[in-house]
Design a protein around this ligand. Structure first.
Ligand SMILES: NC(=O)c1ccc[n+]([C@@H]2O[C@H](COP(=O)([O-])OP(=O)(O)OC[C@H]3O[C@@H](n4cnc5c(N)ncnc54)[C@H](OP(=O)(O)O)[C@@H]3O)[C@@H](O)[C@H]2O)c1
Length: 246
């Protein structure tokens, strides 16, 4: 029986991810083996497999090392809001409340996913997340170096060349103002976009490195108001790592 090489590469990538989970002492139960297995397909082969890319997209002139890892150049025309989330090829993006972080469970922290995540963060003026994402990942920082530490210097250099600040600014959206005050991403400085009631709840409780923006009296914010607030802070390239429904 002959086996296509990319099937073997896919299986090996999947097993490597499981081994890394095992070493970290994590639960190896996966809810949908088919989903996770299939999701490895696009990363196992070199260069990455592009499902679709519109012709004539801009590029920023990525240095060779980054361009070869990504499979080409990458760029955005401002103003632009772009998203990043992981999905299996059969479309699974969220696994349910028993999984604290569906993204990590689906990607199995695959290095190829983390490289792309870091690169997309490195291109952004700001990263936008929901408070649920913040609460679900208590040690995370939404900066390129957190997900790809070995490439932090290279991505820092890219940001300097593109005229960006050292790190993208983090904006957290919370209707209730339910923000974990000790979270390292909050301690390092973030903008919290919330309702009037949420701002009252947070009043003077956040570190001085943070900014609270009250953007409406209703039970939830309009995303157009959130994007306008980012724009008012000078952020024209915004990466959302919010839920895929946004
Ligand atoms: N596949 C992926 O890559 C990926 C990525 C991210 C998440 N997910 C999954 O998606 C599912 C849902 O995630 P999540 O609930 O953590 O989502 P989330 O959007 O990160 O957090 C939801 C919270 O964000 C705030 N929020 C969202 N929209 C708002 C609005 N319009 N106005 C004001 N506040 C707003 C609310 O915060 P308050 O409660 O503080 O008011 C809300 O409870 C989970 O299963 C998660 O694991 C998957």
């Amino acid at each position: 029986m002959s086996v296509e090489p990319h099937y073997l590469q896919t299986a090996e990538a999947y097993l490597r991810a499981l081994e890394r989970c095992h070493v970290r002492g994590e639960d190896l139960a996966v809810p949908s083996v088919a989903s996770v297995f299939i999701s490895r397909w696009d990363k196992a082969a070199e260069p990455p497999h592009v499902v679709y890319e519109a012709p004539g997209l801009p590029g920023c002139g990525l240095p060779w090392g980054l361009a070869s890892g990504y499979g080409g150049d990458l760029g955005f025309v401002a103003p632009c809001v772009y998203g990043n989330f992981v999905a299996s090829l059969d479309g699974v993006v969220a696994l349910g409340p028993e999984y604290r972080s569906s993204g990590s469970a689906i990607s199995q922290r695959e290095p190829a996913d983390r490289f792309v995540m870091a690169l997309l963060r490195a291109m952004a003026d700001a990263v936008l997340i929901g408070a649920g994402t913040l609460r679900a990942t208590p040690a995370h920082r939404w900066i390129p170096g957190h997900v790809w530490p070995e490439g932090a210097a290279e991505l820092g250099e890219l940001r300097r060349r593109l005229g960006r600040s050292a790190e993208p600014e983090l904006m957290v959206v919370s209707a209730r103002g339910d923000v974990p005050l000790g979270h390292p991403a909050i301690q390092s400085g973030a903008v919290v976009a919330t309702t009037t009631a949420g701002a009252r709840r947070l009043d003077r409780r956040l570190p001085s490195s943070c900014t609270v923006l009250a953007l409406g009296d209703g039970p939830a914010l309009k995303m157009a108001d959130v994007i306008a607030a980012l724009s008012a802070r000078g952020h024209v390239l915004v990466l959302t790592e919010g839920v895929p429904a946004w």
